[in-house]
Design a protein around this ligand. Sequence first.
Ligand code: ACO
Ligand code: ZN
Length: 213
Amino acid sequence: MNLERTEASKSMGCTVNCATISESDNKEFLRIQQDLTTTGVSAGAGLQKAVVARLGDYEIRRCDREDIPSVIEVNMKTLPEHYSDYFYYEILSEFPETFLVAELHDVLVGYIMCRIEYGFSQLKRLGLARKGHVVSVAVNEDHRGKGIGTSLILASQEEMVKKSATECYLEVRVSNAQAIRLYQKLGFKIEGRLEAYYRDGEGALVMAAKIGK
Ligand code: ACO
Ligand code: ZN
């Protein structure tokens, strides 16, 4: 079964290392997905505004449904990959713990959204792993170089570890030198390359890092 090529991920061009796994693994995957969804729902609105880190005057906090239009605005300004509105709401409802925003005086300036997946490890040659997948991270240009991107990634990784993920991975355009440098600084290694991954034909690097103990 193809684990990672969900309808949503197909529509956004964020798929990687699609793999076939056995029926029993599949059941385990479905069980974990169910657990995660249940946890997400039970997290409830009360936790959504939780501040997880501060960086000077910037606050890193959980995304809320009302933040999604501003998240989309940041995405439109900063990245060529745009997703349907539905996709943002879906990720938020399924994985609220790892969908974080950076805010300065009530203005949203950055976000990170992630999924927790179960599938083939990006780091081990064989074997399955629970993985935190950084689907998208961005910071408005005026606010870059201040550590917000770093804080968003580290804070989301802490949440991934709480969800028992042991590795974190992402895809990044081969030409995105600044992001690649940042990921390398945070311990990500290049684990693969996907040719013509993006709609415009550009390839992606798959980068992954071990997280937790
Ligand atoms: N602008 C950007 N980077 C700067 C600047 C500046 N004006 N000045 C210095 N830098 C350096 C920083 O010093 C830092 O390097 P260092 O730690 O070695 O000093 C690095 O660039 C940026 O680190 P942060 O400040 O933690 O990250 P930032 O808040 O700038 O966000 C990000 C990084 C998210 C990659 C941002 O550049 C961005 O939004 N880019 C456009 C969108 C993008 O490419 N997103 C990633 C796509 S891949 C994916 O989403 C999985
Ligand atoms: Zn992806």
